[in-house]
Design a binder for this molecule. Structure first.
Ligand SMILES: Cc1cc2nc3c(=O)[nH]c(=O)nc-3n(C[C@H](O)[C@H](O)[C@H](O)COP(=O)(O)OP(=O)(O)OC[C@H]3O[C@@H](n4cnc5c(N)ncnc54)[C@H](O)[C@@H]3O)c2cc1C
Length: 486
């Protein structure tokens, strides 16, 4: 039995069923492929690349130390590389963990499936998210998920195989969208384990009350999202570690925080389930009644202002600039950035989602497109939430510390104007030497008017008979009962 073990979005050794099961074969070729089509896609960037390279370095080390095994790394067209390896090593079996990354990877997987069939190769695929692959049952989803996440974590298996050393790519000249920044998170399983440990033991004690402000979320949130997206740690490990901590003597707010964190792990998989059930959500409105609503309203000037963090709304701009520098921002601020683009600027989520994907080090298509559609009102089943950027600013950055750091050009304005600099009177402008359009731009839209307009447009579709009819089917297909896991 000659096995090719294909590492993909599961760059870990522990609780990696595909890898651990492959140790029983005779010869084993451990493979990771940088697929050129994925890396050239508009959603990929050097943020993901850096995190992936860190994670591969760590995986290579762990494989060597624990198993004396080599990881063979390639760059190019997945199908061509696999064809070559299958022939060269007379591969009879392929092991991998199931991934759900949208249409492009589905296409790659389909061509690989054909290749394996043509060569009579058995492709064993292991589930790592507790997704219902067939016989979708909404009422048992949460229970099934919990059962899956409670299964024993596998850390070590007997090694019967001989590992094959084929090549080692040392020069990572991957072609992808280049983003200049030096401060994104480091990848690798050990880093993920450290993050989990510090979050569970002390960083996350006030998670629930501190997750919404970008000032506190940076350290109070787990920051595990890129690690989960790339699979450097399993969700099962995170889930069980959290459960174990909940059984110890911790105070009420810590307990509440960890419970709320635990629910989000289920949400993660629930959104992946949506993408599995309907892969088209990455490119099409979940509810087609909304088709044509924004598609022809693209405004380059507004888009540019939003992407550059130059909208004239200090908190929106601060969030965009922070994200572009660090590769991460908290949930509420992501929702506000998208709401601002989709409602106030009336930009199509199909364009803005691709742009932000490059900056989210944790880009996870299932969550990403579901959330973009929810925050843009195109599902027809969620409450329409148009975030008021001024209220968000006052609620989550009361003293303007975050704004002053990320929009330094207005940091010397009196505090009272930091959230709404347009309220400065001509005399105050003169005394602070502040001129709109020079140091900081005029508002790209006037919030009250743009919100009113957006409300009219979205409600006219939401209340239509077609939108309501389609919404009923969407609820049947996608909503999961009892998702909010205790
Ligand atoms: C428009 C938009 C796009 C998003 N795109 C992504 C994305 O591409 N990748 C991604 O991982 N998250 C995405 N999120 C969800 C959320 O913002 C991030 O998961 C979270 O901010 C990551 O930080 P953390 O790991 O510290 O999260 P924590 O708050 O510590 O949560 C722990 C884990 O739970 C999961 N999680 C948390 N919130 C959600 C949620 N609302 N829905 C589903 N799962 C959740 C994530 O896996 C996260 O790592 C998006 C949210 C919005 C509004």
């Amino acid at each position: 039995m000659q096995t090719l073990t294909w590492f993909r979005y599961d760059l870990r050794v522990d609780d990696n069923e595909s890898f651990l099961q492959s140790l029983g074969s005779n010869k084993n070729l451990l493979v990771y492929i940088f697929d050129e089509n994925i890396w050239r896609d508009q959603t990929s960037s050097t943020f993901h690349l850096k995190f992936t390279i860190d994670s591969l370095e760590d995986l290579k080390n762990q494989l060597m130390v624990k198993y004396n095994a080599h990881l063979n790394i390639y760059y190019g067209d997945t199908l061509e590389i696999l064809k070559h390896l299958i022939k060269k090593y007379n591969i009879t079996h392929v092991n991998s963990n199931r991934i759900f990354r949208g249409l492009l990877t589905n296409r790659i997987d389909n061509t690989c499936k054909d290749l394996f069939n043509e060569n009579s190769i058995e492709w064993k695929i292991f589930n790592q998210f507790g997704i219902q692959l067939s016989k979708r049952n909404r009422s048992t989803w949460s229970k099934d998920w919990r059962r899956f996440m409670s299964q024993k974590i596998q850390n070590q298996s007997d090694v019967k195989c001989k590992f094959i050393f084929d090549s080692m790519m040392t020069d990572y000249k991957i072609k992808t969208n280049i983003i200049a920044s030096s401060v994104i998170q480091s990848g690798g399983s050990r880093q993920a384990e450290r993050l989990l440990d510090s979050f569970i033991s002390y960083r996350g004690t006030e998670y629930q009350s501190q997750m919404s402000s970008p000032l506190t979320a940076e350290t109070s949130c787990s920051r595990l999202s890129p690690s989960i997206a790339l699979g450097t740690i399993s969700i099962r490990t995170i889930y069980q570690t959290t459960l174990n901590k909940l059984k110890t003597d911790i105070n009420t707010s810590h307990k509440k925080s960890l419970k709320s964190f635990k629910s989000r792990l289920a949400w993660h998989c629930h959104f992946i389930q949506k993408l599995y059930d309907q892969p088209s959500i990455e490119n099409s409105n979940l509810n087609p009644a909304y088709d044509g609503m924004r598609e022809n309203s693209f405004d380059e000037k507004k888009y540019q202002a939003w992407t550059d963090g130059e909208t004239g709304y200090p908190f929106v701009d601060a969030c965009m600039r922070y994200l572009k520098e660090t590769g991460w921002i908290n949930f509420r601020m992501r929702a506000m950035l998208v709401s601002f683009a989709s409602y106030q600027l009336w930009l199509d989520w199909k364009i803005t989602s691709k742009y932000l994907a490059r900056y989210f080090t944790d880009y996870e298509p299932g969550i990403h497109y579901s959330q973009f559609q929810m925050q843009s009102g195109t599902t027809g089943i969620n409450t329409i939430r148009i975030y008021n950027p001024i209220k968000q600013s006052m609620d989550h950055d009361k003293h303007g510390h975050f704004i002053k750091k990320w929009v330094p050009e207005i940091s010397d304005l009196p505090d009272v104007y930091i959230h709404q600099p347009w309220l400065l009177t001509p005399i105050e402008m003169k005394s602070t030497d502040f001129k709109f359009g020079e140091r900081y731009p005029h508002r790209v839209v006037e919030n009250t008017k743009s919100t009113q307009l957006a409300k009219e447009k979205i409600w006219s579709v939401k209340t239509s008979k077609t939108a309501k009819e389609i919404a009923k089917d969407i609820v049947k297909k996608h909503a999961s009962n009892k998702l909010f896991i205790r």
